[in-house]
Design a protein around this ligand. Structure first.
Ligand code: XMP
Length: 318
């Protein structure tokens, strides 16, 4: 995306207005922001830090569903902006909740409930009254439109967070689409690798494992995702990732028939995630991806490349 595409949106006035709004709304209280390291939550964290300084507590939930090296990367990065990140390892709670769950909407709901319950404990420990989150307009439009219940959309679908989880939720970016969030991030002085960062969904690799989400299956897709990201790092694309399908295919190992895993590769161009199309990917890149995935994941016997635009497809598989 081109961050010079400003239109009538003025990121500086947006920043001034939201900092004031956060200061007035939070008053003398404490607030928590849970960051995933993506542009939306990092922008929210930095905005809120400008508004309330050290009364903002930053949490990184290690839910076991993140990409390779993400927890260390996010902590190191936010330190550069004067933000201390508290890492909470809650992966067991997430995997316990997701055990046996295969339905896409059910998975999102289990993720959502676990996410807000875990954060509720953290807010209590930190004596904070507000949770800040980086929900953006596309999340709300898709959820309200009945396409998918994104984990971070609550009030807009009739869930009162105060009543259900015991704290208030503030969403300073909720009227912006991705290109505007990137402009705000850039105007806040965040580095290029953050404001141009490819989106990664809140429920993480749970959305990239079709069927049951187990630590073993997540590990297969985590390794494949790292390979796809590395091999496409120089391409200007909106998202590039791997998905583990919930089916098996016949393969050959040491001259014998085996039933192995199937991985799909999804690479899309998009501006705001509302529509997407598939770019031409140089064959060399696809070939390196397939050979590395097969080498590093002995259980995989088939790798597919997804050609479908959104609509009728969606970017993720669930
Ligand atoms: P879809 O699959 O609906 O995705 O075309 C549109 C964009 O949203 C991301 N996505 C999510 N992000 N929670 C999130 O934070 C979710 O539940 C969720 N589902 C999809 C997806 O990665 C894409 O950028």
């Amino acid at each position: 995306m081109d961050v010079s595409e400003k239109g009538s949106f003025n990121p500086r006035s947006f920043i001034t207005e939201k900092i004031l709004w956060l200061k007035e709304t939070i008053g003398g209280e404490k607030a928590v922001v849970a960051t995933s390291g993506g542009v939306d939550s990092v922008t929210t964290a930095v905005l809120a830090h400008h508004a309330i300084g050290d009364r903002l507590k930053v949490i990184f939930l290690d839910d076991g569903l993140m990409r390779k090296s993400e927890p260390e990367h996010v902590g190191d990065f936010l330190k550069r902006f004067g933000l201390q990140v508290k890492l909470l390892d809650v992966s067991k709670e997430f995997f316990d909740g997701l055990k046996g769950v295969t339905d896409p909407e059910e998975k999102r709901k289990v993720f959502r409930e676990t996410f807000y319950r875990v954060l509720g404990r953290a807010l209590k420990d930190l004596e904070a009254k507000f949770l800040l989150q980086g929900t953006i307009a596309a999340d709300i439009v898709e959820t309200k439109g009945g396409i998918k219940t994104q984990h971070n959309v609550l009030e807009q679908i009739g869930i009162d967070p105060l009543e259900r989880y015991g704290y208030k939720v503030l969403e300073p970016l909720k009227d912006l689409y991705k290109p505007q969030v990137r402009l705000v991030a850039k105007a806040l002085g965040l580095p290029r690798d953050i404001y141009l960062r490819r989106p990664f969904p809140g429920p993480g690799l749970a959305l990239r494992v079709l069927g049951e989400v187990t630590p073993e299956r997540v590990e297969i897709v985590r390794k494949a995702t790292a390979i796809v990201e590395e091999e496409t790092a120089r391409m200007k694309v909106f998202q590039a990732f791997a998905i583990l399908l919930n089916d098996k295919a016949t393969g050959i190992m040491e001259g014998k028939r085996i039933l192995g895993d199937i991985i799909a590769i999804r690479i899309v161009h998009s501006k705001d995630a509302m529509t997407a199309n598939v770019p031409r990917v140089p064959w060399k890149i696809l070939d390196r991806i397939q050979s590395r995935i097969l080498n590093e994941n002995p259980s995989v016997v088939k790798i597919l490349f997804d050609l479908t635009p959104k609509p009728p497809s969606t970017i993720e598989y669930i």
